[in-house]
Design a protein around this ligand. Structure first.
Ligand code: G4P
Length: 199
């Protein structure tokens, strides 16, 4: 998705070899026009899957997920990381460990929003080790729903999450797969490097 990749190249800040900061359009300030295009792209890629619900995790997954849900004409559910005052009983809860943040969180979804007939599209902003996506998938499957696909805005393809999800049998679509953050720059996975002429 060229619009997204150009935004990553223009505004992304590489922090070491493992982390990309994109808080000007995805993780803090949000670019709604870009989010709408992302929603259209996910909706087109998963058009034939009979999606009935979009499921993400708070907070940065919500913006791309709500646009995807809008395009597909289905509800968005976001898993909550903290139990709210009104979200108490009948919860589907999973532990999710973040290698990036080195912390474990419990994520919860109310049972009333997922049913055995649902075909669920998981959406998240980043894919690194796949922990969040597997946690969401376990929640959907506990409800008896089917995970029909996983849509990722930025995949760090040099980390193992994408491979693990594919090996587990999930369909994964990444809009901006990154092969490397070495040397302080972003190299996308699906774009050949420009050839340099031998001197
Ligand atoms: P995983 O789910 O694929 O295993 O990823 P991991 O646990 O490593 O990621 C945990 C959190 O860190 C997630 O945000 C994820 O979006 C974010 N993250 C991982 N790698 C990067 C990166 O290179 N850049 C940025 N900007 N974020 C990254 P979260 O804890 O759910 O926070 P939130 O922003 O959604 O509230």
């Amino acid at each position: 998705m060229e619009l997204l990749k150009n935004k990553v190249l223009q505004e992304g800040i590489v922090l070491g070899e493992q982390v990309l900061k994109v808080d000007s359009f995805l993780n803090h300030q949000v670019d709604p026009v870009l989010m709408m295009e992302i929603g259209k792209e996910f909706a087109a890629r998963f058009a034939g899957e009979g999606i009935t619900k979009v499921l993400t995790i708070e907070s940065s997954g919500i913006a791309p997920a709500v646009m995807t849900a809008l395009q597909l004409g289905v509800p968005l559910i976001f898993a909550r990381k903290r139990k709210s005052l009104t979200l108490r009983d009948d919860l589907l809860t999973e532990k999710v460990y973040s290698f990036t943040k080195q912390e474990e969180s419990e994520v919860s979804v109310s049972k009333k929003f997922l049913s055995p007939g649902d075909r669920v599209l998981l959406i998240d902003d980043f894919l690194a080790n796949g922990e969040a996506a597997f946690g969401l998938a376990r929640i959907a499957e506990k409800a008896g729903a089917t995970v029909a696909g996983i849509g990722i805005v930025i995949e760090k393809a040099f980390q193992p999450g994408g491979r693990k999800l594919l090996d587990a049998g999930y369909r994964v679509e990444s809009l901006a797969p990154i092969a490397s953050l070495a040397d302080g720059r972003v190299t996308f996975a699906d774009k050949p490097e420009p050839q340099t002429n031998p001197v």
